[in-house]
Structures are given as C-alpha cells and as structure tokens.
Ligand binder design. Sequence first.
Ligand code: BES
Ligand code: ZN
Ligand code: ZN
Length: 490
Amino acid sequence: MNIILCSTPLAQTAADAVVLGIFANEKPSDGKAPPAVAAADKATDGLLSKLIEREEIAGKKFELTPLLAPPGIAAGQLLVVGLGEREKFNPGVSFRAAAAAAKQLAGKKRKTVAFFLGDTKADQTEAAVAGAIVGCQGQDLYRAEKKRQPFGEILWAGSDEKTLAAGTAIGESMNLTRRLVNEPPDNIYPETFATQAREVAKAHNLACEIWDQARLEKERCGSLLAVARGSAREARLVILRYHGGSPDAPKLALVGKGVTFDSGGLSLKPTDGMLTMKCDMAGAATVLGAMQAIARLKLPINVVGLMGLVENMTGPAAFKLGDVLTARSGKTIEVHNTDAEGRLVLADVLNVALDEKPAKIIDLATLTGACMVALGTETVGAMTNNQPWCDTVLDAARRVGEPAWQLPMTPEIYDEQIKSDVADIKNVGEGRWGGAITAAKFLEQFVHDVPWTHLDIAGPAFLEKPKPWSDGGASACMLRTLVAVARRWK
Ligand code: BES
Ligand code: ZN
Ligand code: ZN
C-alpha cells in the first residue's frame, strides 16, 4: 500500500477519513494532549472537549468514536481512536490501535485515509503503520463481498519517510504471512508453499534452495518424511538465505514448522480440533514473512530461514503408532502419537539448520495445545537451552509489545519423560502434563549446543474469535519480534 507523509494540517487534510489518536485522561486544552488533538478541537469549535467532558470519549485503549462530517474538518469523517494511558503506551498498543481504526474504516471502500496518531516515537509510529496495513486486510479471501477493503492510500502525519517505509515493509510482510496461513489447505500445501517462497525470494533477492522428496530421501530426513507419508502431497524443505552482513559474520537461523494441514494422522483429531489446522504452517509462514521483512529493511545481518513443509494425513502409507523413525541426526524415535508430528518435522529441519553453522537458532511452531492450556491464547511460550539468548528474544518481544512467557526446561524433571523403551526417544511425554515443555525437550535433542530459543505460537498464531484490532484468523505473531531481534543482532 502507498503510504505518504501528510504535510497538511488535520482540518485541511482532504481524505475520506482522518484517524485521530487520543490518550486517556488528556483534555485537548490541557497542554499535554498531542497537538493534532488540540487542532481538531479548535477546528470543530470545541467538539472534542465537549465529548470528553460528557464522557462520550474516554481515550480508552481501542475505543473508536466516529464523528461524521464534523464542521470545520475537510475530511468526511474523524475517527477518534483511544490509545489508553500515555505511560502504558508502547509499540504493541500502537500497532493494535492503528489496526483497530483501519479495520473499522476498511469496512467501506475508501481512497484516502489520513492518520494523525499523535506525538508518537519512531518505534511506535512504525508499529502503527504496520498495524494500519494489517488492520485493513481481513481473512475473508474467498468472500464475494469482502468485509475489509484496503485503502487506496494512507497519509501519515508527524513522521519521516524512513519510518513509514519500515512500517510498510513490516505490515506487508505480516500480511504475506497472514494470507498464507488463511489460505485453505488445499491451496497451500508443501509444493505451493515452496513456490510462493521462491517468488518471495526472487522479488527480494534472497537465495532460495528447495529440497524435494528425492533430496529429502537422499538427506535421510526420515523423521520429517514419515509425517508426510500419509499424504498425497509430497514434502518440501525450503531454505532461504539473506546476506546483509559480512561473509564471516555470525548467522541467525530461523526455523519454522510448516504442517500445511494437521489432521492428526492416525491419531486423528476430532472435527473441532481439526477445523483450524490449516494454521499449522504458521511457523513456516512467519519465517518467510520475517525473511521478506529483513530483506526489505536491508538489515546488516546474515540470516538463514528453514521451513519444513508436510501435510499430516491418514493415507494408506501413513506412519503408525509404534513405528521407529531414524532422524537425519541418526537418533531413533518411537512414535507414540502421530498427532505429535510437528516435533518430528522440526527434528530434521533443526538438524539441517546445524549444517549452516548458525550462531543462534529461533524456531517457531504451532506445536502444542498444552502451551495454550498453560498460557492462554494470546501469549507465546518460550523455551530454551541458553538463558541469555532467550532473554534477548523475550526482550525484543517486550520492546515491540508481543506477549511471550518462558516455561522451564529443568533437566532433572523433564529429560526422563521422552525416554523410550524401544528407541532413543519417543515423540510424546509421560501423560499430558507439561506437554509444551516435553515437546521442547524433544526439539532440544536436535540442536546440540547451539543457543536455541523455541517459540510455541499455537495460541496466538490464529485467532478463533475477532478482536478489536482483527477479524480473527492468522495474526503473524512474532514477526515483529523477529525483526527486532535481527535489528539488535551482534
Ligand atoms: N498442531 C498441533 C498443536 C496445536 C493445537 C496448534 C491447537 C494450534 C492449535 C500439534 O501438532 C498437536 O496436535 N499436538 C498435540 C501433541 C500431543 C499429541 C502430545 C497436542 O497438543 O495435543
Ligand atoms: Zn498434531
Ligand atoms: Zn501440528
């Protein structure tokens, strides 16, 4: 989307709508409010002051108050969006407030929408720009009459070209991730995902390597391939490389779970649990989106993105309970549940990642329902073999305002639980308790000593219910965090 710096004052800005950000407990005339709020109040002859006085507008987070054709304002509508308390304002709130406003305005076709979000800092503005772009794209890819219509253009007041371009790159990359996740599983399967990745790579100068079935067999990816066996679709592994740093600079590896549909396999999911399982490739889609964003931002870093793509189905050749798989690393795995397939895919992808000699690894996966039991649907679970690296990732998440929380990996407690009587390890823990952690313990077996942080995004990757800032569906969560990590990389 075209985002242009807005140079006209709010009252004179010719747009279909103007979005005005307002903090809680700030009056237009008290000298604290953003200048645009004071200007809008003055132009409308004190309309805002009056509405605040009468408590119609409180500035609460994501509160939306449309003022249609207000006198003194050139735009057709002034949409007042609450930003909450100024002290608590951060890029996370900023992203969601802009997305909420954009979502509401995108309910109709509009050519020009202007944002006067307030006297926000550059990181907050960047997040808001991304939010505005994400907010006007819905999940209704196949409805004849779309609920959301992206604007023709956005005007942005009080920023600079660089911030707007960065926010646009991030917002559009999030929409790429979201679209891939929201697409039906019969459109996005390993082969088509790989094709899309190749196109992204071509457009943004990333090196792209795609391993097909034959190559995966040659590479002895027995764990990943076992999951794919029940499907009519062949597996793929996509490797994207971005070289923004010097050739010998330490490399970051991003690894994504790309189960394009998770039926559960022979450990078949019930209908309710299966309905949203097109989202099980969100980890891979987020890696692809992040690679695109990092390339567009031209960050001075070397990154390799690896996406393991399979469909988990129940066809005649499907892998079975009791099967023993040999992973690429040589480890043998006894299968106790074919629905614990994500870790089997990642076991081999993490092993391929090690060949790249990365300094550090982050993996993203819609890995366990247990993580949602532990943390709810809005918080990402983080698990690690290296505390400083996890702290770095969590700090990035905090700075961009994405909720994430660490779960323990205590060896004495959890290491026992993935031991098998038949093979080196088994693919589930003892019983269902601590399932997010035993899944991470399994992955840990495949990263050796490389600092690694695992992000279980099962909850926040796909919103089953609408939120003020989203119609629901794919969220592209953690993409902004990955960009923040890449920006501070040393
Ligand atoms: N893809 C699911 C996890 C999931 C659940 C993601 C809900 C998003 C929303 C994963 O492959 C799975 O089925 N995990 C099992 C593991 C169990 C069999 C040990 C689970 O969480 O129940
Ligand atoms: Zn599963
Ligand atoms: Zn899965």
